[in-house]
Design a protein around this ligand. Sequence first.
Ligand code: HAM
Length: 424
Amino acid sequence: MGRSFQKPRGTQDILPSEQKYWLFVEDTFREMMLSAGFGKISTPTFEDTNLFARSVGEATDIVGKEMYTFKDKGGNSITLRPEGTAGVVRAYIEHGMHKEPQPVKLFYFGPMFRYDRPQAGRWREFYQAGVELFGELDPTTDAQMIAVMMKFYEKLGLKDLKVRVNSIGDTRSRNKMNKALIDFLSAHRRRLCNDCKNRLSKNPLRALDCKERGCQAILDEAGSMLLDNLTPDSRNYFTKVLEYLDDMGINYELSPRLVRGLDYYTHTVFEVVSGNESNALGGGGRYDGLVKTLGGPDVPAVGFALGVERVIDLMKKQGVGIPEPARSDIFVVQLGDEAKKKAIKVIAQVQDAGFRVAHALGRESIKGQLRVADRLGTKIAIIIGEREVHDGGVIIRDLKDGTQESVLDRNLLKAIQRKLKENK
Ligand code: HAM
C-alpha cells in the first residue's frame, strides 16, 4: 500500500450525510434572494493579489497575514479570494454594470480562503453566502440589508440572534476618528502590541479589532470615540438607519467599537452573533468608496456575507429540523441478463416521466436488491424477470404491504401514478 493522505489543515470534506444541511442553506438562500430581485453572480476563486490589497486593505489581518498568495507559472501574483466583495466589485466595473438601471442587486455562494488559525468555527477554506447592492445611498437601504440578513436566518429556523450595529461615517468622520485615536493610543503606546504600534501610523482604526487582551483593555477606555467623531451628516444618516431598524422591529445592539476587519467600509457596519458565541455568524456594511477605488465611477454600495459552516453548526446546536432530501419513488429490481437490459430502458423511461428512480443493478439476487430499496425507504418496486421480458410487462410491488400486480409495458406510467397516489 502506498502512502495515504489527509485533507489539508483547516479544510473539510462534506460527506453525503451532511449535504442535507448544505443543500437546505444554499436552496433557501437562493430562493429568498431571487424572489427579492437579486441576481446570482459567480466570480473566480482567485484574483490578482492587488485587488485584495487595494480593497480589503494592506493593514488588515486578512491581507497582512491570512492570504493564500502565490506566483503562477506566468509570474503573476495570484491570491485565493479571502472574501467575496472585492471580486464582485471588480466584475461590476469590468462589465459596466453601473450603466444598467440602479440599484444592481447581486448574490453569491462559494468558497473563500484564509490562512487563519484553525479552531471551532474557523476554517482555512469556508463558504460564504453573500449579497451586494450597488447604486443606492439611503439609510433605508442599510436597514433593509440588515433586515434581509436577519430574515434569512429566521427562514433557516435560527433563534436568539442579535445584530450589532455601528457607524464609521464618511471620509471626513474617519479622518477625525483617526486623529482622535492616534492621540489616545500614542498616550498608551508602550502597552500596545507590536502590530498595534504599526497600525498607529498606518491605519489606527484597525487597532480596534486587535485580538490581544492588553490592547483590548486599553481600547475599552476609548469607548464611543468613533460615534463622538461622526460629522453631523454622518450622525444624521446613522440615526435614520437606527430609526428604520426600530420601525422594522429588528433586535439590534449599538456596538460603538465595532469597525470590522476590512478597510472598505463607510457609514453603517454590522455583525450578527448568537447568544453566547464569540464567532460572528455574518457581517457586512456600506462601502461607498470602493467602486471608485477599484477604478470605477463613484457608486455607493452596501452588502453582507455569512459563514455557512457557522450557520450549519448553530442549526445543529439549536436542533433546527430540516426537510429530509427527496427520496426515490421507485426502485427497479431485475433478475437475469435480458431483464437487466430491459431494466435499463425502464429506468430511463420512468426517469424521463419525472419520477425519482433508484436501483442496484450490480446486485444479482432479488432479496439483496429489495434490501437496498428498503434502506432507501422507497415506496414501490418495479420487478423485472425473464418472464416479464417475455410477456412484455413488469411486476409492480407495493413495498409497504407486499401486494403486487402485473402490468403491461404500455400501462406502466399510469400504473405507477396510481400506485404512488394510493401510497401517499
Ligand atoms: P467577514 O466578516 O470577513 O466579511 O466575513 C463574513 C463571514 O464569513 C463571517 O461573519 C463569518 O461567518 C465567515 N467567516 C469569516 N472567516 C471565516 C473562517 N476563517 N472560517 C469560517 N467562517 C468564516 C466579509 O467577508 C465581507 N466581504 C462581507 C461583506 C459583503 N461586506 C459587504 N459586503
